[in-house]
Design a protein. Structure first.
Length: 349
């Protein structure tokens, strides 16, 4: 973590907190109005399944994976913000099973009112994370904007036969999550001054950690479906998997890894608006136990930035995958099962 600026970047965001995406309900309404695109047999993954990235086949052995993501600052340190934004954007390529190769910076910055050194630190953090991913920065675009925003457009490559989507989960699979949730609640609480330095370091570490190791290790196992957990929360992205795969999901709340003090901070008012929107959008698709509190439900829907991978792995391989992930420093946990019945829905236990 750097100390190049005393400016609190999170205070410059009109929304603050999680830097959330447009909510799933509003986004679905907008996308519904789009005219049909050009039909192309080489478009392997497009808008149909709400996947993490698009995939376009170039030839029999190579397809490109394309994604873009950017948001307002969710931490105050500019170098860390750059790392988080880069890790978050790159993650979509890992979720699809691909290897990131190039990236473009997407910058909005109030160049006349903030020190240029702040933007330099943001770009440095992103560049260092890109190097960690063995990907190359090839350019970018910037605009002068009163509210800072940063992200990346990332391109990856993959064999057309090895593309992972969120639409292939099979009954009997087990669900594995590779990072703890609660990031949105923690970053909202950070803006309110409720986190200790140790807690800031902890949530920052979670967000800056690439999903590279989790993706590469899981490549040795039978993964039927994959997504990364970001703005729509654990249950939101799991719901897309259930719908796209035509299966039901059972998630065990006590097995879902959560950042320390998440529940306490949520009870103190640290639940971002994006998290509540996620919950409302899913209300008719998720069944919760009667004893579960509203706060616990919100946590499972918490809007995450740079979260872990949610993997639907062949049931008999799940424990082996989790063990290998943990042995390599990944905070992985089996959190649920894929079911034949209850199609398109989630049952929380």
């Amino acid at each position: 973590m750097t100390n190049s600026s005393k400016v609190k970047l999170t205070s410059l965001s009109s929304k603050g907190g999680c830097g959330c995406k447009i909510g799933p309900a509003d986004l679905a309404q907008v996308l519904h109005e789009l005219p049909p695109g050009i039909s192309d047999p080489n478009l392997l993954v497009g808008l149909d399944t709400s996947d993490d990235a698009g995939v376009y086949r170039l030839n029999d052995t190579t397809a490109i994976v394309q994604t873009v993501d950017f948001f307002t600052p969710i931490v105050d340190d500019p170098y860390d913000f750059g790392q988080i934004a880069a890790a978050n954007a790159i993650s979509d390529v890992y979720a699809m099973g691909g290897k990131p190769i190039t990236a473009l910076n997407v910058v909005a910055f109030p160049i006349a009112s903030l020190e240029k050194s702040i933007l330099a630190e943001i770009l440095k953090g992103a560049g260092d994370k890109l190097k960690e991913a063995d990907a190359v920065l090839v350019g970018g675009h910037s605009i002068d904007d009163p509210e800072p925003k940063f992200g990346m457009a990332v391109t990856g490559v993959i064999h057309p036969d090895k593309v992972r989507t969120n639409a292939g989960a099979k009954p009997g699979d087990r669900l594995v999550l590779t990072k703890p949730i609660g990031v949105g609640i923690m970053t909202t609480s950070l803006k309110k001054g409720l986190l200790t330095e140790a807690e800031i370091d902890r949530v920052t570490k979670v967000m800056t950690t690439l999903n590279r190791k989790a993706a590469e290790i899981s490549d040795k196992y039978t993964i039927h479906a994959s997504t990364d957990v970001t703005g729509f929360g654990l249950l939101g992205h799991a719901s897309e998997m259930a719908k796209g795969s035509g299966v039901g999901l059972r998630i065990y709340n006590d097995q879902v890894p959560k950042l320390e003090r998440t529940k306490e901070l949520a009870e103190s008012g640290g639940v971002p608006g994006g998290t509540k929107n996620n919950f409302a959008h899913l209300e008719d698709l998720v069944t919760y136990p009667g004893s579960m509190s509203q706060v616990e439900k919100w946590i499972l829907c918490d809007a995450v930035t740079s979260g872990g991978l949610l993997l639907s792995v062949a049931g008999e391989e799940a424990e082996g995958l989790v063990k290998e992930l943990k042995d390599n420093g990944v905070e992985a946990q089996v959190i649920g099962d894929v079911l034949e019945d209850n199609k398109g829905r989630i049952s929380v236990q």
